[in-house]
Write a protein that binds this ligand. Structure first.
Ligand code: BDR
Ligand code: CA
Length: 313
């Protein structure tokens, strides 16, 4: 079978970085057409730089990296240096990228790429705020029918929120964008905090990355060393949650995950619950299902997959 074509829309971020490494290590299953960056964890200039640092770490300077929206549709940008550090990739010491950004704004690249490929053949993997995708859908409504699916890290139901008591970071940063995406009619798979908080890098799992002894394995271990202090302090958890790699792992081995087809709406009006993913998990409304909302992951299977793929570098 030929590999699935994907575009990774991202705001690296250590966990975004691991997701990119996982995708680029899986060429038999995934063909990465482009990486499009967005402002989120850190401002756009840094997410665009970090995406290229990771492509170089992966030895994949052939992957086009395009910069996109530098702010949410209707709000001021909120960033997460308190989690990811000043650079967004704090932890390892990695060289500044030599590869340039590719020409073309992320929004144009999304539109052009979707129009250039057969309808239903390109999957969008979104690892950050949904600004680029929403602006593309707004500007070129015809692409909605061309996207195979959007597989996103975002939202929460049982875990509720990580940036406010009721909102997950990626949705909270640009709730208007999330609203557009969830109303688009495009098939959506959601990897919310409910599942990503189960993909925890325990000391043992991080030792397995480090033991690979390669620049990529050591960098992932060092990123996790940095990233985990936040979650350990905040949640008293056993290690850092690898949020964004769950998106790529779902594409590679969907059987590791389970969830339900449900309706998800985005709160954009309330100050108190702004950015909440109102997920009808218990199907108490008759609102039409618009997403496959994942709840569980086989964490050991996930880390076996990830470690094996990282060992390919
Ligand atoms: C999400 O927010 C960012 O901090 C992570 O990269 C992830 O995409 C988790 O809420
Ligand atoms: Ca991210």
């Amino acid at each position: 079978m030929s590999p699935q074509k994907i575009i990774i829309d991202t705001d690296p971020g250590q966990d975004d970085a691991v997701a990119i490494l996982l995708a680029l290590a899986s060429p038999e299953e995934l063909e990465v057409l482009a990486i499009t960056t967005v402002a989120g964890n850190v401002p756009l200039d840094l997410t665009s730089k970090n995406a290229r640092i990771i492509c170089e770490l992966a030895g994949r300077t052939d992957i086009p990296v395009h910069a996109g929206c530098d702010a949410p549709i209707a709000r001021k940008l909120i960033t997460a240096e308190h989690v990811h550090g000043k650079t967004g990739l704090d932890g390892p010491t990695l060289p500044d990228p030599v590869m340039p950004l590719s020409d073309g704004h992320s929004v144009d690249v999304l539109i052009d790429t979707l129009r250039a490929h057969d309808a239903g053949t390109v999957t969008l993997c979104t690892l950050g705020p949904l600004t680029n995708v929403a602006v593309a859908l707004d500007r070129a409504p015809d692409i909605a029918g061309r996207i195979k699916q959007i597989v996103m890290m975002g939202g929460a139901y049982f875990e509720v929120g990580n940036i406010t008591p009721t909102a997950e970071f990626n949705i909270y940063v640009d709730p208007e964008a999330a609203k557009i995406v969830f109303a688009s009619g495009v098939p959506i798979v959601v990897l919310p905090l409910d599942v990503t908080h189960k993909a925890l890098v325990t000391a043992e799992r991080n030792d397995a990355f480090r033991a690979l002894g390669t620049p990529a394995g050591i960098a992932v271990a060092e990123m996790t060393d940095f990233f985990e202090r936040f979650d350990k302090e905040k949640y008293g958890s056993n290690g850092a949650p690898l949020h964004d790699p769950c998106v790529i792992a779902w594409l590679l081995e969907p059987d590791l995950f389970s969830g339900r087809e449900i309706n998800v709406e985005i709160e954009t009006g309330s100050e108190l619950t702004l950015g909440m993913t109102v997920a009808d998990w218990w199907r108490v409304t008759d609102r039409k299902a618009n997403a496959l909302f994942i709840k569980d992951v086989d964490a050991d299977g996930f880390f076996t997959l990830l470690t094996e793929r990282l060992s390919r570098y």
